[in-house]
Design a protein around this ligand. Structure first.
Ligand code: FAD
Length: 457
């Protein structure tokens, strides 16, 4: 009987899983394997919020496999060594896994292929597991990737997606292959108190609820900070507890302008992946350098610390940073405002901000995080690299009555209405009674500094 190994990475689900489907094709035995690899942690994965979410995902995956007669095999160590070891223990002929966009994943895949082939085994890498359209599947005439989203999205939409695959009904796992104990969420320290739950079961519940009541209003409400009217599916797309192909299919089936606007955002995810696949250095280097000489030194460090802690004196930025710490997640408009403030108003290197986000975000993802930071810092794919978001006007626009600010900035909880966005206008005794900090820099000063640095004054 044929035996295959399926290596799960960022695709922790059974539904719509091409590697699993391919491994089961011949009706043989399958080892569903997850490797906890210290090199992945060193590459930046190991943040408490993601480790806790991962623990949920692995337990749920194991439970879903057990319902089908199988179980998850967990190993700890170098991915290549462990996959080869498990393949040998199970006497497997083939190994299946999902393709991924980062330089780290590409290097791992190359090493694994070589090692398996040396043992007489084959590695099959499946695309459209972690993206709806594979990186490189659509390209412009003159380049290996799209640098502008709108033409990418046109081609992405025309390309279409493959059919959605059902979860398998039964899985037979060879008895001789043992597993390390699965991690527990409770065993992870330093987790954000408001962190959401992980796992495919939870992801599917959220998706169904979102498509039933949520997506219709997405186009009008996605920027409403207090309304929190986005899907919150990003951690599930990041860990692959939901398939992007299935998300797109089901959203399109739901129909309407809201669903199409939502699908467009999912395409942004693929867009960033195709940029990273073509330019893996963009994880750490400017995609388009502006020759920035970012502020460094004590004053810049103090400003950055105020930003991290949510005490810049700009309420919407501080609300965003406190939401991040409390939930391990942040609204997209808030991410834009927080990133613009650090990289442009404070003129601090985008990598410093991206690192802090990756330390806390449950959906923290090299492609989406680094390239969105670069987009906002003007070193990435934004066609208007000098735009600076004003946290007061934007705050009033996207949080008109200050509800989002009051939710996260306790000092301003009693300041009614839009006044919460401009605490410096409160009468001096009221202002000092709040205990809320003064702005770290005036917006005019920040703007002048940025324009001067970019040679725009
Ligand atoms: P929805 O609005 O419901 O969108 C649906 C899905 O589309 C999201 O789950 C996400 O997968 C995708 N998406 C939405 N907006 C974007 C976008 N601008 N770029 C790429 N994909 C998008 N997203 C991450 O998944 N991981 C990150 O580490 C990350 N870091 C970011 C850092 C900065 C500075 C900025 C500005 C954005 C970042 N984003 C990141 C993108 C976006 O903010 C989040 O995907 C979104 O807020 C997640 O909330 P949601 O699931 O409710 O999104």
């Amino acid at each position: 009987m044929q035996t295959s190994v399926v290596v799960f990475t960022c695709d922790l689900r059974l539904s719509d899983h091409p590697p699993l489907r391919a491994a089961l094709h011949g009706g043989g035995r399958v080892v569903p394997l997850f490797v906890r690899d210290p090199a992945v942690d060193r590459a930046g994965f190991a943040a408490p919020n993601r480790l806790a979410f991962l623990a949920d995902c692995l337990r749920d995956l194991d439970a879903r496999l057990r319902e089908r007669g199988g179980r998850l095999v967990l190993r700890e160590g170098d991915t290549v060594t462990e996959v080869c070891r498990v393949a040998a223990e199970a006497d497997a002929d083939e190994v299946h896994m999902a393709g991924d966009a980062s330089g780290f994943a590409h290097g791992r895949e190359r090493r694994l292929r070589r090692a398996l082939e040396a043992d007489g085994r084959r590695l099959y890498v499946h695309e459209t597991v972690s993206t709806a359209v594979a990186p490189g599947a659509v390209t412009p005439a003159s380049s290996d990737h799209f640098a502008v989203f709108t033409p990418y999205y046109r081609c992405w939409s025309a390309q279409g997606t493959r059919d959605v695959l059902d979860a398998p009904r039964a899985i037979t796992v060879p008895e001789e292959v043992g597993s390390a104990p699965l991690p527990e969420r409770a065993g992870v320290r330093g987790v954000s108190p408001g962190l959401c739950s992980g796992g495919e079961t939870e992801g599917r519940r959220l998706l169904t609820a979102w498509l039933r009541a949520g997506v219709d209003a997405y186009e009008e409400r996605h920027d409403d900070l207090a309304g929190d009217a986005t899907s919150r599916l990003s951690p599930h797309l990041h860990f692959g507890t939901l398939s992007p192909v299935e998300v797109v299919h089901r959203a399109r089936r739901a129909g309407g302008a809201g669903a199409e606007a939502f699908v467009r955002q999912v395409a942004w995810r693929d867009f960033n992946r195709q940029v990273l696949a073509a330019r893996p250095d963009a994880a750490a280097q400017d995609y388009r350098t502006q020759r920035d000489r970012w502020r460094r030194g004590k004053e810049a460090e103090a400003d950055t610390e105020a930003w991290r802690e949510g005490r810049t004196g700009y309420p919407v930025v501080d609300a965003a940073m406190r939401q991040l710490r409390h939930e391990g997640w942040m609204h997209n408009r808030a991410r834009l405002l927080a990133a613009s403030f650090l990289s442009k108003t404070l003129y601090v290197d985008w990598r410093v901000g991206a690192r802090h986000f990756l330390d806390l975000l449950v959906d923290g993802d090299v492609a989406n995080n680094q390239l969105n930071w670069q987009w906002m810092a003007g070193t990435g794919t934004d066609t208007r690299p000098y735009r600076v978001l004003n946290p007061v006007t934007q705050g009033k626009r996207y949080d008109p009555d200050g509800t989002y600010v009051r939710r996260w900035v306790a000092e301003l909880a009693d300041v009614a209405g839009a006044a919460a966005h401009e605490p410096w206008k409160l009468p001096a005794p009221v202002r000092s009674a709040t205990g809320y900090p003064e702005p770290v820099v005036s917006l005019a000063e920040g703007l002048d500094r940025f324009k001067q640095a970019r040679g725009r004054l």
